[in-house]
Ligand binder design. Structure first.
Ligand code: NAD
Length: 304
């Protein structure tokens, strides 16, 4: 299938990191008519994007030729390597251009990179997202932005091609702070849904009926809807990998420690993610918390 880009926007975009999220976000930029060059260490998603009308940037330096560069990488060291490493964005991007980092990474590392880039006349927004691969696929992501308001306004059409809710949270790093708050709420919510449906099953009550009833009441949540359905199906294929959620909760706990915020439920769930990692399940979906609970309770929520 070929999607022809009409390149109706003045901004040229470089996109680095075409994983579960990035490849879908890049597709939506093409659909919206942006001129896009793409780069990933993995060739397969690059080839797919080329068939849809993207250009092959070939390297980080190649992607840096664009006016706006988007990064969607796993963790803080990955973004630091791409931005500050040899041949990285800090040395290759032109003054007046903008880096939008949409990865979920450390707020303090983000502030340091923004400062380094500003010294070279390059603007930066931190713009991590929530909404999962479904949100990336459907361009309905919630995008949490840190950085200057005027830079956000210039980038708004780009962000609107990938997301539905664009929130300006504050200065550099504020988007990343918002993201760790989001992850704390999501992880605890997944654990809550897992506990509720496991309890139903242990009582001999149909967890599918419980999920439907709860969706109509105060316990309604996206975690109950999407992850509750996963638990009923026994489907733990990522999605959002345990490794990445573990990284996000580590960032939240580090931040809690630095700011004197007590996060007891987050700390407990982080231990459970450690168990999944130690038992070879780091690449399952982050909803695999339910697997542990079922193992510990000696029950299976899925009917097959
Ligand atoms: P992923 O691991 O599927 O994709 C990351 C991609 O980056 C991979 O294709 C990898 O090859 C590429 N990459 C790594 N280092 C690179 C480098 N130096 N140069 C070029 N490419 C490089 O991860 P993902 O699930 O797409 O998540 C990306 C970010 O978005 C993470 O920070 C994650 O926490 C966040 N996030 C993910 C989800 C989700 O549901 N998956 C939801 C919200 C936010």
């Amino acid at each position: 299938m070929t999607t022809t880009s009409n390149n109706s926007h003045p901004e040229k975009i470089g996109f680095i990191g075409l994983g579960i999220m990035g490849r879908r976000m890049a597709r939506n930029l093409l659909k919206a008519g942006f001129s896009l060059s793409v780069h990933d260490l993995n060739r397969e998603p690059v080839e797919e994007l080329l068939t849809l009308g993207a250009a092959d940037a070939g390297s980080v330096a190649g992607a840096a030729k664009a006016n706006i560069v988007i990064t969607m990488l796993p963790d803080t060291p990955d973004v630091e390597a791409v931005v500050l490493g040899e041949g990285g964005l800090a040395s290759e991007m032109q003054p007046g251009s903008i880096l939008i980092d949409m990865s979920s990474i450390s707020p303090t590392a983000t502030q340091a990179m923004a400062q380094e880039l500003a010294a070279r006349g390059i603007e930066m927004l931190d713009a991590p997202v929530s909404g999962g691969f479904q949100g990336a696929e459907n361009a309905t992501l919630s995008i949490m932005v840190g950085g200057k308001a005027d830079v956000l306004e210039r980038c708004r059409p780009v962000l609107e091609a990938m997301g539905k809710t664009i929130s300006h949270i504050g200065g550099h790093g504020a988007g990343q702070v918002c993201k760790i708050c989001n992850q704390v709420a999501v992880a605890i919510n997944i654990q809550a849904v897992a506990e509720a449906l496991t309890l139903a099953k242990k009582n001999g009550v149909d967890p599918a009926k419980v999920r439907t009833a709860l969706l109509g009441g105060f316990a309604q949540s996206r975690a109950l809807d999407l992850h509750g359905q996963r638990f009923l199906e026994g489907n733990y294929a990522a999605g959002f990998r345990v490794t990445l959620q573990r990284k996000d909760l580590r960032l939240a706990l580090e931040n809690g420690s630095a700011t004197g915020t007590v996060l007891p439920a987050t700390a407990l769930i982080q231990q459970l993610y450690g168990v999944l990692d130690a038992t070879g399940r780091a690449n399952l979906d982050n909803s695999a918390l339910a697997l542990l609970l079922q193992e510990m309770s000696g029950v299976q929520v899925a009917s097959t």
